[in-house]
Design a binder for this molecule. Structure first.
Ligand code: NAD
Length: 499
């Protein structure tokens, strides 16, 4: 069994807390590695290293920082196949999807290559008599990112890519369920020329996280994970005076209008609901057909496709999706199917009994499809995070719009229609942070920014894009006057104004 290490100050460091988490092979159900869970002292050592590296890295000119990002991008591309395999073997998603996870992170690195331009300040010549005014964006210091299991490449890169390009130093606390890819990314950053201590990866659980949240040297905390954790991180980090962006869970709806092309809808929905076994914060988990005929047509199109889903090994190029990340996650999903049946939803396809031949102990589940799901049911209100699609029928556009608008989560939503008027009205009125029009998973590209509303995100700042640059920098504004020698402007006891 592999013994994983932390990556602190450019070196692999053995865990010394005596506590470990298990990293499973979701395909077989076996434990494949031991992940050390950092103690407060170990986390503090990483913070020491990041704090010591900060002045040098912050003073590096932005073009040099960008060049590290360029080299890192190339190294990740060169290592794509190995990284994707490592990712699939710990997470369970299929190889092509792991490549997508890595590629989405790399797109943020590409964006970060433009950091000299992105951190340029503003300048006003002659803001007053003989007065110039300018602003600059400066790094914050040591920043930390706490990341979930479901995107072990993309989400760490969302965070450290921007933070480090801006001149900060960084501690990544990845999910203890699949930490090998973030560790490998840190090695590649070092190979790309990043000085030791600028990026540290420390594996851990609540003890490590609480150290991040309370240590006064940490200036900003980025978090992505479940809502209960996000709310705790937000409240605790903010109470300790830190900047926080904390993204949480989701329940993403797809509205299907009567004029939508049902082939396009079912193609889009099957991938968005069941890809990565539904373990995506932007997965579609609720389909909302408008009108009875649309609902019946949707079920007729979808049901055989859900029954025919090919669940297989993560390394099987033919598989639609692979196993879930852990047995615990699998049991949680199965328990929600039981709950839905008890609540009176109609279970049309039941994947609970699925077993992959030869891999009976792997964490597999077949696709599940519920019809007649209503907003009072737990399977509607709560995030399941598995290959389970709930169909909640709506009578008309207004009723369909109310569902995502009134839901506790507001991460993503999408509408399928041929009617530009309905689409425009929907995009304008729906209370959700990311909207797709005839696009099932509207994840914004790296130069836009990612973030949900309501209980899907706490704190004001989105991830990446110019929002990310703002989050990881502080603005300083200088007002400068250089009067000629001997010129006096007198004394004024009132607040300076532009007269
Ligand atoms: P999680 O909240 O269990 O864990 C996320 C991170 O927080 C991990 O690093 C974990 O070690 C740490 N953590 C867990 N419990 C903690 C506690 N009590 N105190 C301190 N730290 C703790 O989430 P997960 O299961 O890894 O990820 C799945 C969740 O993430 C889903 O809810 C999904 O919707 C959400 N997610 C959201 C987004 C988004 O951008 N909104 C993106 C991806 C995933």
């Amino acid at each position: 069994m592999r013994n994983l290490t932390h990556f602190i100050s450019g070196k692999h460091v053995q865990g010394s807390s005596g506590r470990y988490g298990a990293v499973y092979d979701p395909m077989t159900g076996e434990t494949q590695a031991k992940a050390p869970l950092a103690s407060t002292a170990e986390m503090r050592a990483a913070i020491d290293s990041a704090a010591a590296a900060f002045p040098g890295w912050a003073a590096e000119n932005p073009q040099k920082r960008a060049r590290v990002m360029f080299r890192f991008k190339q190294l990740v591309e060169d290592n794509m196949d190995q990284l994707a395999e490592l990712l699939s073997r710990e997470h369970g998603k299929v190889i092509a999807d792991s490549k997508g996870d890595i590629q989405r992170g790399l797109e943020v690195i590409e964006f970060a290559c433009g950091i000299p331009h992105l951190t340029k300040g503003e300048f006003t010549e002659g803001a007053g008599p003989g007065i110039d005014m300018y602003s600059m964006r400066q790094p914050l210091g040591v920043c930390a990112g706490i990341t979930p299991f479901n995107f072990p490449a993309m989400i760490p890169m969302w965070m450290f890519g921007i933070a480090i390009a801006c001149g900060n130093t960084f501690i990544c606390k990845p999910s203890e369920k699949d930490p090998s890819v973030p560790l490998r990314l840190a090695e590649l950053m070092q190979q790309a020329g990043l000085p030791d201590g600028v990026l540290n990866v420390v594996i851990g659980d609540k003890e490590a996280v609480d150290t991040i949240l309370t240590d006064p040297r940490i200036q900003a905390v980025s978090f992505v994970g479940a809502t209960a954790t996000a709310q705790y991180i937000y409240a605790t980090a903010a109470a300790n005076g830190k900047r926080v962006q904390a993204m949480g869970g989701a329940k993403n709806h797809m509205i299907i209008m009567p004029d939508a092309d049902m082939n396009q809808v079912s193609d889009a929905l099957i991938g968005a609901a069941y890809g990565s076994a539904g373990e995506r914060c932007m997965a579609i988990s609720v389909a909302v057909p408008v009108g009875k005929a649309t609902g019946d047509a949707l079920i007729a199109a979808l049901r055989p496709r859900v029954e025919a889903l090919k669940v297989g090994l993560s390394t099987d190029a033919e598989a639609d999706y692979g196993p879930m990340v852990t047995a615990e996650q699998l049991e949680k999903v199965k328990s929600y199917i039981d709950i839905g049946v008890k609540e009176g939803a109609k279970l049309l396809v039941d994947g609970r009994g699925f077993k992959l031949q030869g891999y009976e102990n792997g964490f597999y589940i077949g696709g599940c499809l519920f019809d007649n799901v209503t907003p009072n049911m737990r399977i509607y209100r709560e995030e399941i995070f598995g290959p389970v699609l709930c169909v909640s029928r709506a009578d008309d556009f207004e009723a369909a719009l109310r569902l995502p608008t009134e839901h506790q989560y507001g991460n993503g939503v999408s509408i399928f229609t041929r009617d530009g008027d309905a689409a425009r009205e929907f995009a304008s009125r729906v209370q959700v942070g990311m909207v797709g029009i005839n696009v099932p998973i509207p994840v914004p590209l790296a130069y836009h920014s990612f973030g949900g509303w309501k209980r899907s995100a706490f704190g004001g700042a989105n991830q990446h894009g110019t929002e990310g640059v703002k989050f990881y920098t502080k603005i300083k504004t200088v007002t400068a006057r250089w009067p000629a020698v001997g010129v006096r402007s007198g004394t004024d006891f009132t607040i300076p104004t532009m007269k």
